[in-house]
Design a protein around this ligand. Structure first.
Ligand code: FAD
Length: 424
């Protein structure tokens, strides 16, 4: 063994969940250490889409959009229904950001820098090896032959969480609930400047997306539920087939070319089935199966669960691990439980093209439904808010977006005359 390192909280995994936890702990004056097996900046197979909920938490932790090169604020959404109907959904304008697309290679590096600046110690590339649970502390052996002794461990090590496996808290043969592909494209056409979602009948309740990036680039991908229409082995062929469908190719543009290889990765949405903590170990983000069962989005959920775990540890202090675990469990159940259950039910409804078409038809009824469906889709407020009166407040449907203070630079450019004259 090379060295023994002591820390109050060890976080395994420096993605959004791990960083949100680290920032919260470090700012509360706790001694916190992150290890990650990757060398940053590192890519993460993802759609790069940030919902209003994710954006508000990122603003809260102090992430500045201007410091992230390819941050793309999204102003409207175009949905292609199973019958091919095109529905345009506007997001509120001039009130901050409600959706954005940010390449994970940039987002995650910025978050890790924020954690380090807040005071967290970061060791990369260092892989989790073994774990020994003792009464008052936990011992971890790492790939660089270090032994780390800590009061708590936060397992933020993603879908295949090695920490979860090592402590026997996983589900046998679990391979995630969604399986998703994505690839970056450059030289995309003008129609690919908008955020698009295609509800192709053979993908339902899954969908295909095009999330635009600056410089005529886009993150394009699709996700399907495991065991729905296709065998996992056939998804590569399906990917090629989707890209050749004329109504999709037309939007991507004739000159668009794929960058590098397409990547595929599972998405876990099992918040209600997985153990949230075991003794002094908390599971957060994908390691907690926290992604939304209806859309597969997991960044906001990773940030939320990471932050809640940290808060529970801060509140309980280093010795009351049972209290920390229970507080964390209650927090995620209150923050995400209702929404996960509702999203799970809606996922079942969206399986049938007819019901999906009907739901989209309703969303497209008038300007109000279009505006509010877009906000609901992008998690401007919790999915099950209307069904949970304990979370109601007088302005619950009227929150500003994130980064409101920056919104002047992000909305449509003002007319030259108004800038010169100083008017609005
Ligand atoms: C194709 C696809 C598209 C998606 N699109 C979206 C989207 O548009 N919007 C959205 O909100 N969500 C999306 N998601 C979900 C989202 O990517 C995840 O929910 C999110 O990344 C979870 O964050 P996390 O911090 O829990 O885990 P991760 O981001 O996976 O981070 C885990 C970290 O742990 C490290 N690690 C793993 N094992 C070890 C080990 N043994 N030792 C040390 N370190 C380790 C990894 O290197 C990694 O840095 C998508 C997922 C996929 C697969």
């Amino acid at each position: 063994m090379k060295e023994i390192l002591e820390t109050e909280v060890l976080i395994v995994g420096g993605g959004p969940a791990g960083c949100a936890a680290a920032i919260e702990l470090a700012r509360a004056g706790r001694d916190v250490t992150i290890i990650d097996k990757a060398d940053f900046p590192r890519d993460k197979c993802c759609g790069d889409g940030l919902t209003a909920d994710a954006l508000r938490i990122l603003e809260n932790v102090g992430l500045e959009p201007s410091t992230v090169q390819n941050w793309n604020n999204i102003m409207n959404v175009i949905i292609h229904s199973p019958n091919g109907k095109i529905i345009e959904l506007p997001l509120p304008q001039g009130r901050g950001q409600y959706a954005a697309v940010v390449p994970r290679i940039e987002l995650d590096e910025s978050l890790l820098n924020l954690a380090q600046n807040a005071g967290a110690s970061v060791y990369t590339p260092v892989r989790f090896g073994q774990i020994k649970e003792l009464n008052e502390h936990v011992e971890i052996a790492t790939s660089d032959e270090r032994k780390i002794v800590s009061r708590y461990v936060i397992a933020a090590d993603g879908m295949w969480s090695s920490v979860r496996k090592a402590v026997g808290a996983g589900i046998d043969n679990y391979r995630g609930d969604w399986h998703a592909f994505r690839q970056y494209f450059s030289q995309t056409g003008p129609e690919a400047q908008h955020l698009r979602v295609w509800f192709e009948p053979d993908l339902l309740p899954g969908y295909m997306w095009l999330f635009p990036l600056p410089g005529q680039r886009a993150n394009i991908g699709f996700g399907v539920l495991r065991g729905s229409h296709y065998e996992i082995g056939d998804l590569g062929k399906l990917w090629n087939n989707l890209l050749e469908r004329p109504h999709i190719r037309e939007v991507i543009g004739p000159k668009a070319i794929g960058e590098g290889n397409r990547k595929a990765w599972p998405i876990p949405s099992r918040l209600m089935d997985l153990l949230p903590y075991k003794g002094r170990i908390h599971f957060v983000g994908d390691a907690m199966g926290a992604a939304d069962p209806m859309t597969g989005e997991g960044i906001a959920q990773a940030l939320r669960t990471g932050r809640s775990s940290a808060r529970a540890m801060i509140k309980a202090g280093p010795f009351k691990s049972l209290q920390a675990g229970e507080t964390y469990q209650n927090a995620i159940s209150a923050e995400l439980g209702h929404d996960h259950r509702l999203a799970g039910k809606l996922q079942k409804l969206l399986e049938r093209p007819k019901t999906a078409e009907m739901a989209l038809h309703l969303a497209d009824s008038n300007a109000w439904t279009r505006r509010n469906f877009a906000r609901w889709m992008f998690e401007d407020y919790p999915r099950a808010l209307v069904l949970t009166p304990n979370r109601w407040s007088s302005n619950m449907f009227n929150f500003d977006g994130a980064y409101q203070k920056n919104s002047a630079t992000l909305t449509e450019p003002k007319a030259i005359s108004s800038i010169v004259l100083g008017g609005d």
